[in-house]
Design a protein around this ligand. Sequence first.
Ligand code: FMN
Length: 151
Amino acid sequence: MKTLLIVYHSGGVKTAQMAAAVERGAKTEPGVRVVLKRCAEAGPEDVLAADGLILGTPENFGYMSGMMKDFLERIFYPCEGKVAGRPWALFVGAGQDGSGAVSSVERIVTGLRLKRVGDPVVVVKELKPEQIAALEELGAAMAAGLAAGIF
Ligand SMILES: Cc1cc2nc3c(=O)[nH]c(=O)nc-3n(C[C@H](O)[C@H](O)[C@H](O)COP(=O)(O)O)c2cc1C
């Protein structure tokens, strides 16, 4: 069975709600084990054991959250060269922008040579029903792709 790992940080509630929507969507695919962890709980062993990765972070000070950066710092060298080609996707909760979080995560993940699936889902201001649906779709699409072996 394939494993999909969702790793996120939320200093408030929004990015946590976004992560829950991604998880809900992913769990509609019965052939995939879905693991949801906060950045502080996740480490290289989780990433190495996963066939696909979805990251979620708020944008703080024009960058990813400090907890996401800490997670990426802890996993980078243990995972470098061992996860190339695996699919990954990104969601960002922001107050008014989000592009700094997107570019900062992308820059680091590029070094792991993961394969980006879909566009990042960026939610500015409050989470709307259509954005919840897009996040559920992100999780479902990633899980379906893993189950079908198309990534
Ligand atoms: C310390 C701090 C810095 C922030 N910096 C930015 C920023 O640079 N750009 C932005 O769009 N939103 C910024 N925000 C707003 C958060 O990204 C936004 O409220 C987000 O939804 C928080 O998600 P959370 O509820 O999961 O913590 C910042 C919030 C905090 C607390």
